[in-house]
Ligand binder design. Structure first.
Ligand code: CMP
Length: 227
């Protein structure tokens, strides 16, 4: 596992900094540890910090009035969240909850703002991270309109494999740490329909399922189904 300092230096905010500046910014970081299932903040809260994941996974969710949850995304080491309320000081747009035991580096928005004021290259890196997020959201939105549930399940599995997968002899081992309910929330479909698609992929020999993990044994066929 990568050392926490290495993870931090690859995060969008730190990537653009030279050694000296990165060391100075590290001085502003506080560490936050969360146990699995613990909530960091809730949609609608005031937010004054952004976070970079050092270890573990965070899910970002929004709740409907009837209590149903939409899982916007799952983030792992090196990824950043909580920056929207930095650029646009309004309440948090989503809730953040630890999916596994998780360590975070927290940076106060005020301290990031003063860095950005004098470092256009750092601002460019943050803008690039925001642009990537917008592209992803456009893809997800198009899939919700144009792609059937099995196609979306295939895409979600490939996306999780790309972020969290470890290549092994039999395939790509993806320890996503999500329950079946959370997987369904990520795909934006009912648990029953998502389970049916997963069972179909298993019977075709494309994946093997275990609790909170999947072994992708035929990524190519999964990719074709995702189109
Ligand atoms: P903020 O609104 O401060 O707090 C919640 C954070 O979740 C938000 O900043 C973003 O960093 C992140 N976020 C919100 N919506 C999405 C999304 N659709 N995809 C990925 N991350 C998101």
């Amino acid at each position: 596992m990568a050392h926490a300092d290495d993870v931090l230096s690859q995060a969008p905010l730190f990537e653009a900094l030279n050694e000296e500046d990165a060391t100075a910014l590290r001085g502003d970081v506080t560490k936050v540890d969360l146990a699995r299932g613990e909530r960091l903040f809730t949609e609608g809260d005031d937010g004054d910090k952004l976070y970079i994941i050092l270890k573990g996974k965070i899910k970002l969710t929004r709740a409907a009035l009837d209590g149903r949850e939409n899982l916007l995304s799952v983030h792992g080491p090196g990824e950043m969240f909580g920056e929207l309320s930095l650029f646009d000081p309004r309440p948090r747009t989503a809730s953040a909850t630890a999916v596994t035991d998780t360590s975070l580096a927290a940076l106060a928005h005020d301290s990031v703002r003063s860095w950005l004021a004098t470092r256009p290259d750092v601002a460019m890196h943050l803008l690039a991270a925001l642009a990537q997020r917008l592209r992803r959201i456009n893809d997800v939105k198009a899939d919700l309109v144009f792609t059937d549930v099995p196609g979306r399940v295939a895409k979600a599995l490939l996306d999780l494999a790309e972020r969290f997968g470890v290549p092994q002899q039999e395939g790509i081992q993806v320890n996503h740490d999500l329950t079946q309910e959370e997987l369904a929330q990520l795909v934006g479909a009912s648990r029953e329909t998502v389970n049916k698609a997963l069972a179909d992929f298993v019977s075709r020999g494309w994946i093997q399922l275990s609790a909170k993990s999947v072994l992708v044994t035929d990524a190519e066929r999964l990719r074709r189904r995702a189109r």
